[in-house]
Design a protein around this ligand. Structure first.
Ligand SMILES: [Zn+2]
Length: 120
């Protein structure tokens, strides 16, 4: 098998596995996420303050125009942080101060360990 074919096959495999991991994404609507927490969800689920905020802790929010944009770059991050996509999908609608706190709760609920960076 030539290198080019091997490369193309590897690319196709990675693309398929990403599609599988991101299955179920609803690409309609604005996605918001906490500036001071790791909560994220569709903007309709944000607290109806002005401006909208995290419904749990009141954090200010940042936004993406779509869920596709929210997930952009997640595959690259997943390569160096295995389990990131699964944890982030689980995280939707849940408020934690840090990824480390989220990872602890995630592990308690699912039994899956996610290695956060020291600073996260
Ligand atoms: Zn929050």
């Amino acid at each position: 098998m030539s290198n080019a074919i091997r490369k193309a096959k590897r690319y196709a495999e990675r693309h398929r596995s990403l599609k599988a991991r991101l299955r179920g994404i609803d690409n309609r609507g604005i996605i918001v996420y906490g500036a001071g927490c790791v909560w994220w969800d569709v903007i309709e689920n944000a607290a109806r303050t002005r401006p909208p905020s995290c419904p749990f802790c009141g954090s200010v929010l940042f936004q993406f125009d779509s869920e596709r944009a929210f997930w952009f770059g997640s595959e690259a991050y997943e390569q160096t942080h295995p389990g990131y996509i699964a944890l982030t999908k689980w995280l939707k609608g849940k408020c934690f101060k840090t990824m480390k706190d989220a990872a602890v709760a995630y592990e308690l609920e699912t039994g899956i360990h996610y290695e956060t960076e020291a600073t996260a």
